[in-house]
Design a protein around this ligand. Structure first.
Ligand code: FVH
Length: 314
Protein backbone atom coordinates (compact mmCIF):
# COMPACT_ATOMS: atom_id res chain seq x y z
CA UNK A 1 0.00 0.00 0.00
CA UNK A 2 1.37 3.36 -0.93
CA UNK A 3 1.26 6.13 1.63
CA UNK A 4 -0.85 9.15 0.69
CA UNK A 5 1.18 11.97 -0.81
CA UNK A 6 0.84 15.38 0.76
CA UNK A 7 1.04 18.57 -1.24
CA UNK A 8 3.39 21.02 0.49
CA UNK A 9 1.53 24.16 1.45
CA UNK A 10 3.25 27.28 0.15
CA UNK A 11 3.32 30.21 2.54
CA UNK A 12 1.05 33.08 1.58
CA UNK A 13 2.91 36.38 1.32
CA UNK A 14 1.72 39.98 1.25
CA UNK A 15 4.02 42.37 -0.62
CA UNK A 16 3.77 46.03 0.36
CA UNK A 17 5.45 48.30 -2.17
CA UNK A 18 5.57 47.52 -5.87
CA UNK A 19 8.47 49.63 -7.03
CA UNK A 20 11.17 48.04 -9.16
CA UNK A 21 12.39 45.82 -6.33
CA UNK A 22 9.05 44.98 -4.70
CA UNK A 23 7.64 43.95 -8.10
CA UNK A 24 10.65 41.69 -8.78
CA UNK A 25 10.28 40.03 -5.37
CA UNK A 26 6.54 39.50 -5.86
CA UNK A 27 7.03 38.10 -9.37
CA UNK A 28 9.57 35.60 -8.06
CA UNK A 29 7.19 34.44 -5.32
CA UNK A 30 4.42 33.91 -7.87
CA UNK A 31 6.79 31.94 -10.10
CA UNK A 32 7.66 29.75 -7.09
CA UNK A 33 3.99 29.01 -6.48
CA UNK A 34 3.30 31.15 -3.40
CA UNK A 35 -0.10 32.82 -2.97
CA UNK A 36 0.72 36.53 -3.15
CA UNK A 37 -1.33 39.57 -2.12
CA UNK A 38 -0.02 42.90 -3.36
CA UNK A 39 -0.52 46.51 -2.30
CA UNK A 40 1.02 49.74 -3.50
CA UNK A 41 0.43 53.32 -2.36
CA UNK A 42 -0.35 54.59 -5.84
CA UNK A 43 -2.54 52.65 -8.19
CA UNK A 44 -1.55 50.95 -11.44
CA UNK A 45 1.74 49.29 -10.51
CA UNK A 46 0.17 45.88 -9.84
CA UNK A 47 -1.41 45.11 -13.26
CA UNK A 48 1.30 42.73 -14.44
CA UNK A 49 1.45 40.90 -11.09
CA UNK A 50 -2.33 40.53 -10.94
CA UNK A 51 -2.25 39.09 -14.44
CA UNK A 52 0.26 36.54 -13.19
CA UNK A 53 -1.97 35.50 -10.30
CA UNK A 54 -1.43 37.98 -7.48
CA UNK A 55 -4.42 39.21 -5.52
CA UNK A 56 -4.80 42.99 -5.38
CA UNK A 57 -5.53 44.47 -1.93
CA UNK A 58 -7.40 47.75 -2.05
CA UNK A 59 -6.16 48.90 1.35
CA UNK A 60 -3.12 48.24 3.55
CA UNK A 61 -5.44 46.78 6.20
CA UNK A 62 -6.83 44.34 3.65
CA UNK A 63 -3.27 43.48 2.56
CA UNK A 64 -1.87 42.74 6.01
CA UNK A 65 -4.84 40.65 7.09
CA UNK A 66 -4.72 38.54 3.91
CA UNK A 67 -1.50 36.57 4.62
CA UNK A 68 0.64 35.46 7.58
CA UNK A 69 3.91 36.79 6.16
CA UNK A 70 4.14 40.50 5.35
CA UNK A 71 7.03 41.84 3.30
CA UNK A 72 7.63 45.59 3.05
CA UNK A 73 9.81 46.95 0.25
CA UNK A 74 9.23 50.69 0.44
CA UNK A 75 11.48 53.68 -0.06
CA UNK A 76 13.00 54.72 3.29
CA UNK A 77 12.35 54.32 7.01
CA UNK A 78 9.57 56.98 7.28
CA UNK A 79 7.55 55.24 4.54
CA UNK A 80 7.48 52.05 6.64
CA UNK A 81 5.89 53.82 9.61
CA UNK A 82 3.68 55.84 7.30
CA UNK A 83 2.34 52.60 5.80
CA UNK A 84 2.24 50.32 8.86
CA UNK A 85 1.41 52.54 11.85
CA UNK A 86 -2.28 52.76 10.88
CA UNK A 87 -2.58 48.93 10.72
CA UNK A 88 -0.43 47.99 13.69
CA UNK A 89 -3.33 46.18 15.41
CA UNK A 90 -3.86 43.91 12.39
CA UNK A 91 -0.14 43.07 12.32
CA UNK A 92 -0.14 41.54 15.81
CA UNK A 93 0.90 37.85 15.63
CA UNK A 94 2.22 38.17 12.07
CA UNK A 95 5.75 38.12 10.71
CA UNK A 96 7.08 41.29 9.11
CA UNK A 97 10.12 41.10 6.84
CA UNK A 98 11.27 44.63 6.09
CA UNK A 99 13.44 44.88 2.98
CA UNK A 100 13.29 48.66 2.85
CA UNK A 101 16.76 50.20 3.06
CA UNK A 102 17.25 51.85 6.46
CA UNK A 103 20.18 52.78 8.66
CA UNK A 104 21.11 50.25 11.37
CA UNK A 105 19.49 52.39 14.07
CA UNK A 106 16.33 52.81 12.00
CA UNK A 107 16.15 49.02 11.66
CA UNK A 108 16.57 48.66 15.44
CA UNK A 109 13.84 51.25 15.99
CA UNK A 110 11.49 49.25 13.76
CA UNK A 111 12.39 46.03 15.60
CA UNK A 112 11.57 47.68 18.95
CA UNK A 113 8.31 49.06 17.53
CA UNK A 114 7.41 45.58 16.22
CA UNK A 115 8.23 43.89 19.54
CA UNK A 116 6.05 46.40 21.38
CA UNK A 117 3.14 45.44 19.12
CA UNK A 118 3.60 41.65 19.10
CA UNK A 119 5.01 41.44 15.56
CA UNK A 120 7.81 39.00 14.71
CA UNK A 121 10.37 41.22 12.93
CA UNK A 122 13.13 40.37 10.48
CA UNK A 123 15.12 43.13 8.82
CA UNK A 124 16.63 42.44 5.43
CA UNK A 125 19.22 44.19 3.27
CA UNK A 126 19.23 43.33 -0.42
CA UNK A 127 22.56 43.05 -2.22
CA UNK A 128 21.16 42.84 -5.75
CA UNK A 129 19.39 44.87 -8.40
CA UNK A 130 15.84 43.82 -9.37
CA UNK A 131 16.98 41.87 -12.45
CA UNK A 132 19.16 39.66 -10.20
CA UNK A 133 16.31 38.52 -7.94
CA UNK A 134 16.08 34.72 -8.11
CA UNK A 135 19.55 34.37 -9.61
CA UNK A 136 22.58 32.83 -7.86
CA UNK A 137 24.48 36.13 -7.54
CA UNK A 138 21.78 37.81 -5.44
CA UNK A 139 22.24 37.98 -1.67
CA UNK A 140 20.00 39.20 1.13
CA UNK A 141 21.38 39.71 4.63
CA UNK A 142 18.95 39.36 7.55
CA UNK A 143 18.98 40.43 11.20
CA UNK A 144 16.38 40.15 13.93
CA UNK A 145 14.10 37.20 14.66
CA UNK A 146 15.90 33.89 14.13
CA UNK A 147 12.51 32.13 14.45
CA UNK A 148 11.10 34.18 11.57
CA UNK A 149 14.20 33.50 9.47
CA UNK A 150 14.02 29.75 10.11
CA UNK A 151 10.28 29.50 9.62
CA UNK A 152 10.26 31.43 6.34
CA UNK A 153 13.62 30.37 4.94
CA UNK A 154 11.99 28.69 1.95
CA UNK A 155 10.28 31.94 0.94
CA UNK A 156 13.45 33.99 1.49
CA UNK A 157 15.53 31.56 -0.56
CA UNK A 158 13.32 32.06 -3.63
CA UNK A 159 14.82 35.56 -3.94
CA UNK A 160 18.49 35.12 -3.21
CA UNK A 161 21.12 33.48 -1.06
CA UNK A 162 19.84 34.24 2.44
CA UNK A 163 22.38 35.02 5.15
CA UNK A 164 21.33 35.41 8.80
CA UNK A 165 23.56 37.91 10.62
CA UNK A 166 22.18 37.49 14.12
CA UNK A 167 19.49 38.81 16.40
CA UNK A 168 20.55 42.47 16.15
CA UNK A 169 18.07 43.86 13.62
CA UNK A 170 20.55 46.59 12.63
CA UNK A 171 23.46 44.35 11.69
CA UNK A 172 22.33 43.37 8.19
CA UNK A 173 21.85 47.03 7.34
CA UNK A 174 25.27 47.90 8.78
CA UNK A 175 27.04 45.30 6.62
CA UNK A 176 25.00 46.29 3.55
CA UNK A 177 25.74 49.99 3.93
CA UNK A 178 29.44 49.34 4.64
CA UNK A 179 29.67 47.34 1.41
CA UNK A 180 27.83 50.06 -0.50
CA UNK A 181 30.18 52.65 0.99
CA UNK A 182 33.15 50.69 -0.36
CA UNK A 183 31.47 50.35 -3.76
CA UNK A 184 30.49 54.01 -4.16
CA UNK A 185 33.93 55.25 -3.12
CA UNK A 186 35.47 52.90 -5.67
CA UNK A 187 33.07 54.18 -8.36
CA UNK A 188 33.84 57.78 -7.40
CA UNK A 189 37.56 57.01 -7.67
CA UNK A 190 37.07 55.58 -11.15
CA UNK A 191 35.00 58.57 -12.28
CA UNK A 192 37.57 61.00 -10.85
CA UNK A 193 40.27 59.18 -12.83
CA UNK A 194 38.08 59.31 -15.96
CA UNK A 195 37.73 63.08 -15.48
CA UNK A 196 41.53 63.41 -15.16
CA UNK A 197 42.28 61.61 -18.43
CA UNK A 198 39.16 63.15 -20.00
CA UNK A 199 40.75 66.57 -19.46
CA UNK A 200 43.15 65.58 -22.25
CA UNK A 201 40.72 63.77 -24.50
CA UNK A 202 40.85 60.11 -23.43
CA UNK A 203 37.38 58.60 -23.44
CA UNK A 204 35.95 57.10 -20.28
CA UNK A 205 35.48 53.87 -22.26
CA UNK A 206 39.19 53.61 -22.97
CA UNK A 207 40.02 54.50 -19.38
CA UNK A 208 37.63 51.78 -18.15
CA UNK A 209 39.33 49.19 -20.36
CA UNK A 210 42.77 50.24 -19.05
CA UNK A 211 41.72 50.48 -15.40
CA UNK A 212 39.53 47.42 -14.88
CA UNK A 213 42.29 44.74 -14.84
CA UNK A 214 44.44 46.87 -12.51
CA UNK A 215 41.68 47.61 -10.00
CA UNK A 216 40.45 43.99 -10.13
CA UNK A 217 43.98 42.84 -9.22
CA UNK A 218 44.20 45.43 -6.44
CA UNK A 219 41.14 44.01 -4.64
CA UNK A 220 43.39 41.07 -3.73
CA UNK A 221 44.97 43.49 -1.20
CA UNK A 222 41.79 43.61 0.90
CA UNK A 223 42.63 40.41 2.77
CA UNK A 224 46.12 41.66 3.66
CA UNK A 225 44.80 45.03 4.91
CA UNK A 226 42.15 43.16 6.90
CA UNK A 227 44.74 40.94 8.60
CA UNK A 228 46.70 44.00 9.73
CA UNK A 229 43.62 45.91 10.89
CA UNK A 230 42.35 42.90 12.86
CA UNK A 231 45.83 42.26 14.29
CA UNK A 232 46.09 45.91 15.35
CA UNK A 233 49.79 46.23 14.43
CA UNK A 234 50.07 48.70 11.55
CA UNK A 235 53.88 48.57 11.70
CA UNK A 236 54.14 45.00 10.33
CA UNK A 237 57.19 44.85 8.01
CA UNK A 238 56.89 44.65 4.22
CA UNK A 239 54.13 47.23 3.73
CA UNK A 240 54.08 50.47 1.76
CA UNK A 241 54.43 53.18 4.42
CA UNK A 242 52.11 56.14 4.86
CA UNK A 243 55.06 58.46 4.19
CA UNK A 244 55.46 56.72 0.81
CA UNK A 245 51.68 56.88 0.21
CA UNK A 246 51.61 60.70 0.29
CA UNK A 247 49.05 61.50 -2.41
CA UNK A 248 49.51 65.25 -2.58
CA UNK A 249 51.21 64.98 -6.01
CA UNK A 250 48.08 63.29 -7.42
CA UNK A 251 45.87 65.93 -5.80
CA UNK A 252 48.11 68.59 -7.39
CA UNK A 253 48.03 66.85 -10.79
CA UNK A 254 44.24 66.71 -10.70
CA UNK A 255 44.10 70.38 -9.81
CA UNK A 256 46.53 71.24 -12.62
CA UNK A 257 44.24 69.42 -15.06
CA UNK A 258 41.30 71.50 -13.84
CA UNK A 259 39.68 68.45 -12.23
CA UNK A 260 38.18 68.68 -8.75
CA UNK A 261 40.42 66.56 -6.48
CA UNK A 262 37.90 66.42 -3.58
CA UNK A 263 37.67 62.63 -3.22
CA UNK A 264 41.41 62.09 -3.28
CA UNK A 265 42.06 65.13 -1.06
CA UNK A 266 39.80 63.49 1.52
CA UNK A 267 41.97 60.35 1.45
CA UNK A 268 45.09 62.51 1.70
CA UNK A 269 43.59 64.20 4.79
CA UNK A 270 43.10 60.79 6.43
CA UNK A 271 46.74 59.94 5.69
CA UNK A 272 47.95 63.35 6.87
CA UNK A 273 46.22 62.96 10.19
CA UNK A 274 48.12 59.74 10.94
CA UNK A 275 51.45 61.12 9.66
CA UNK A 276 51.00 64.22 11.88
CA UNK A 277 50.43 61.90 14.83
CA UNK A 278 53.82 60.23 14.18
CA UNK A 279 52.70 57.12 12.28
CA UNK A 280 54.26 57.90 8.89
CA UNK A 281 56.44 54.78 8.88
CA UNK A 282 53.42 52.50 9.37
CA UNK A 283 51.33 50.88 6.65
CA UNK A 284 48.45 52.36 4.63
CA UNK A 285 45.83 50.47 6.64
CA UNK A 286 46.73 52.81 9.56
CA UNK A 287 44.14 55.24 8.09
CA UNK A 288 41.56 52.89 9.65
CA UNK A 289 42.28 54.90 12.81
CA UNK A 290 41.41 58.14 11.01
CA UNK A 291 37.94 56.74 10.27
CA UNK A 292 37.18 55.92 13.86
CA UNK A 293 35.30 58.53 15.86
CA UNK A 294 37.17 59.74 18.92
CA UNK A 295 36.15 57.63 21.87
CA UNK A 296 36.46 58.06 25.62
CA UNK A 297 36.18 55.49 28.36
CA UNK A 298 33.08 56.11 30.47
CA UNK A 299 32.38 53.87 33.46
CA UNK A 300 34.26 50.95 31.94
CA UNK A 301 32.50 51.26 28.56
CA UNK A 302 33.36 53.13 25.37
CA UNK A 303 31.37 56.17 24.41
CA UNK A 304 31.59 58.35 21.34
CA UNK A 305 32.60 61.94 22.01
CA UNK A 306 29.84 64.35 21.05
CA UNK A 307 30.24 67.59 19.14
CA UNK A 308 30.43 68.50 15.50
CA UNK A 309 31.52 66.18 12.68
CA UNK A 310 34.94 67.90 12.56
CA UNK A 311 35.41 67.68 16.34
CA UNK A 312 34.69 63.96 16.28
CA UNK A 313 36.79 62.89 13.30
CA UNK A 314 39.52 65.49 12.81
N1 FVH B 1 16.26 48.89 -6.86
C1 FVH B 1 17.45 48.51 -6.42
O1 FVH B 1 18.35 48.20 -7.18
C2 FVH B 1 17.78 48.51 -4.94
C3 FVH B 1 18.65 47.33 -4.54
C4 FVH B 1 18.99 47.32 -3.08
C5 FVH B 1 17.76 47.53 -2.21
N2 FVH B 1 16.95 48.61 -2.67
C6 FVH B 1 15.93 49.07 -1.73
O2 FVH B 1 14.65 48.48 -1.98
C7 FVH B 1 13.64 49.44 -1.61
C8 FVH B 1 12.68 49.60 -2.76
O3 FVH B 1 13.41 49.97 -3.89
P1 FVH B 1 12.73 50.10 -5.31
O4 FVH B 1 13.81 49.92 -6.32
O5 FVH B 1 11.56 49.22 -5.42
O6 FVH B 1 12.29 51.64 -5.27
P2 FVH B 1 11.17 52.39 -6.14
O7 FVH B 1 11.05 51.75 -7.47
O8 FVH B 1 11.50 53.84 -6.07
O9 FVH B 1 9.83 52.12 -5.33
C9 FVH B 1 9.61 52.68 -4.06
C10 FVH B 1 8.37 52.07 -3.46
O10 FVH B 1 8.12 52.69 -2.20
C11 FVH B 1 6.80 53.26 -2.23
N3 FVH B 1 6.75 54.42 -1.35
C12 FVH B 1 7.57 55.48 -1.33
N4 FVH B 1 7.22 56.32 -0.36
C13 FVH B 1 6.13 55.79 0.26
C14 FVH B 1 5.31 56.20 1.34
N5 FVH B 1 5.54 57.34 2.01
N6 FVH B 1 4.29 55.40 1.70
C15 FVH B 1 4.04 54.24 1.04
N7 FVH B 1 4.78 53.79 -0.01
C16 FVH B 1 5.82 54.57 -0.38
C17 FVH B 1 6.55 53.59 -3.67
O11 FVH B 1 5.17 53.72 -3.85
P3 FVH B 1 4.59 54.62 -5.08
O12 FVH B 1 5.52 55.80 -5.25
O13 FVH B 1 4.55 53.74 -6.27
O14 FVH B 1 3.24 55.03 -4.61
C18 FVH B 1 7.15 52.35 -4.35
O15 FVH B 1 6.27 51.25 -4.25
C19 FVH B 1 14.35 50.75 -1.25
O16 FVH B 1 14.44 50.85 0.15
C20 FVH B 1 15.72 50.56 -1.86
O17 FVH B 1 16.73 51.28 -1.19
C21 FVH B 1 16.55 48.56 -4.07
Amino acid sequence: MTSPTTTPISTGVTMLGLGAMGSALAARLLAAGHPVTVWNRSVGRDADLVERGARRAETVADAVTAQPLIVACLLRHPSVHHTLDPVVAQLRGKTLVNLTTTTPNEARELAAWAAEHGIDYLDGAILAVPAMIGSPGAQVFYGGSQAAFDQHRKVLDTWATSIFDGSDAGRASLIDLAMLSAMYQMFAGFIHGAAMVGSEGMTATEFAARTTPFISAMTASFAGFARIIDGGDYAVAGQQSLDFSDLSYIVRASDEQGVNPATLAAVQALIGRQVAAGHGSEGFSRIYESFRAAEVTVGGGRETVGGSHDERYM
